[in-house]
Design a protein around this ligand. Sequence first.
Ligand code: PLP
Length: 389
Amino acid sequence: MPTTMPSYSRPIASKLPDVGTTIFTVMSRLAQEHNAINLSQGFPDFDCAKELRDLVTKYINAGLNQYPPMAGVMRLRECISEKAESLYGAKYDPEHEVTVTPGATYGIFNAVATMVRPGDEVILFEPAYDSYAPAVQVAGGTPVYVQLRYPDYSIDWNEVQRAITPKTRMILINTPNNPTASVLSGEDLRMLESLLRNTDITVVSDEVYEHIVFDGHRHQSVASFPGLAERSFVVSSFGKTYHVTGWKMGYVLAPKELMNEFRKVHQFNVFVTNGPLQHALAEFMENPDAYLSLAAFYQKKRDFFLQGVKGSRFKPLPSRGTFFQNLAYDAISDEKDTDLAVRLTKEKGIASIPVSVFYRRPPQHRVLRFCFAKSEETLAKGAEILSKI
Ligand SMILES: Cc1ncc(COP(=O)(O)O)c(C=O)c1O
């Protein structure tokens, strides 16, 4: 019997040669080591509703512990469909057009795997959530980047038009946007709708922060625009909406023809998504208050954090949605954001995410991302540290 694992000695043609440990793992680990206030990784430091936890226990104890249907528990699919209709005026048939997935990252990955073939191009916006490019690359596609315009991180639709080629298979959008906290307007989506008319380009629309849009604005979903809905996979996450990021539960909406293909891949990728959690979420969703009150809940936290850093030398950039606040630090240092984020964690006891990690090459501007999905106590401590820098 060998005492250690023998090593694999042949060359590996890595599909993701540039991928290492994600910055989120690195910063959270560093925050822990230095006992720092952790405003880096995007997850709440408070628990989900007790009612939701009790529902999970209820369904586990009721014996609903075997494989649920491949596309998801019907009652949950119906709730999702009703929500999409009431909020976005879009009718998704729960039988054929709604699939429950183990998280949104999975939904995005599976949609990309369904549509993208070797040689296809996929348009991404930079900065981009870190899972997008690897999903495209594993499918054999090529990411094509369009830059969001600093400091409001808006989209130049002329540039998008120039990026479209006969090889463009898909365009991946994200609103509200991580890491920029920007949102797309109805006008943006109309621009996209008209750009894609007469093409066979599909859309993956990452809308995991759909219920976290601030200052009285409404989330604009591709589901509301028929010319986009007909070609889109709309992806959302229960993790963000119900403070259960560790559950990895989400869903995908798409027209029947696209969803049929999506399910072929899904069937052999994971087959089904956690059953008792689906039953619990279905019952919990019957009361819309939790998701309808989420924007106000997080806006209060955003404003509390902003008030706390008001006198500081950091300059807040607009946070129109998500649970992130970006702070520019031109007045403080000309260090790289990656260096500053590490130094602030070690020396000042506050952890953030350097926004440059969401780019292939670091941009000129200097910005750190802070997550405000935290208790007021944590936010107050964090803001106090930042105010002294
Ligand atoms: C833009 C975006 N998409 C997807 C996800 C992942 O969602 P899930 O945890 O449901 O996979 C996140 C989580 O941070 C995110 O910020």
